[in-house]
Ligand binder design. Structure first.
Ligand SMILES: [Zn+2]
Length: 256
């Protein structure tokens, strides 16, 4: 099978507290740049990508507005969702900064710096989305089994479910109550990799474990009030959205 020998070191896993790193340019494509290492989390598992800048050695900054993980190798781990490991990470450049790429050479030494506030907000939303998901698992395990997608962005998240029966109002209220109780308890959140695969990761809170490669915060407390909304997407499809009211993302602290 064809596989690429080049890959990007995922410093957002190796050193989750880092918001800046040194890197070398390994490839320049039409609208994106590949690096040998990055702290920028790529879109994945429904979580939107980090934003940030690639800083050239003369100090000029090239903004990136999306980050994509490409060409990973599929692996199968027992009792874990199928994922792809390794791969290359592309930094999609802001269109107004594309002209700067003409001055960048393969092998150039650069640094990468991400928007810490956005990372903190996305990590908070991702953590809050898991609290919603745990509550759905308690009240509507059939819906969890029929999860068809999720989207995690700044201050909000949503899940889509394929279900036979729609969510009743009292179920939505109970889901919101359970999710908010996790916040009220200010429980610790742990994140750790599978012993054999750094890319296969777990999120754990109050003994409940979710397989997840996203970024998170270390406690449920900063999530704030979780406001839950239900929407029908047509026959057999339901959406639960949540907003985080009065949340307190902390750009000074990522994961531990
Ligand atoms: Zn997660």
């Amino acid at each position: 099978m064809f596989s690429l020998s080049r890959k990007t070191r995922k410093l957002y896993y190796e050193n989750p507290d880092a918001s800046e790193c040194a890197a070398k340019v390994t490839r320049i494509n039409a609208n994106n740049v590949e690096l040998d290492a990055t702290v920028a989390y790529p879109e994945g598992g429904g979580q939107e990508a980090d934003h940030g800048v690639i800083v050239l050695d003369d100090g000029r900054e090239i903004r990136f507005v999306d980050v994509r993980k490409m060409y990973g190798n599929p692996i199968h781990i027992p009792a874990f969702p199928d994922i792809q490991v390794d791969g290359i990470i592309e930094h999609v450049i802001h269109e107004d900064d594309l002209a700067l790429l003409r001055d960048v050479n393969i092998g150039a030494e650069v640094s990468v710096r991400i928007d810490r506030l956005r990372r903190a907000q996305l990590s908070l939303s991702h953590t809050g989305s898991h609290l919603l998901y745990l509550a759905v698992a308690d009240i509507r395990p059939d819906a969890v089994a029929g999860t068809i997608g999720c989207h995690i962005k700044v201050n909000a998240a949503r899940f889509d479910f394929a279900v036979e029966n729609r969510f009743a109002l009292d179920e939505v209220e109970e889901i919101a109550r359970i999710a908010n109780a996790y916040v009220a308890r200010g429980s610790e959140v742990k994140v750790y990799p599978h012993p054999d695969y750094m890319d296969a990761r777990y999120w754990e809170c109050e003994g409940r474990v979710i397989a997840c490669g996203g970024t998170h915060i270390a406690s449920t407390a900063p999530v704030g009030q979780i406001r839950v909304h239900r929407k029908s997407l047509g026959r057999g499809k339901e959406r639960l959205s949540c907003e985080f009211i009065g949340s307190s993302p902390n750009p000074a602290v990522f994961q531990r």
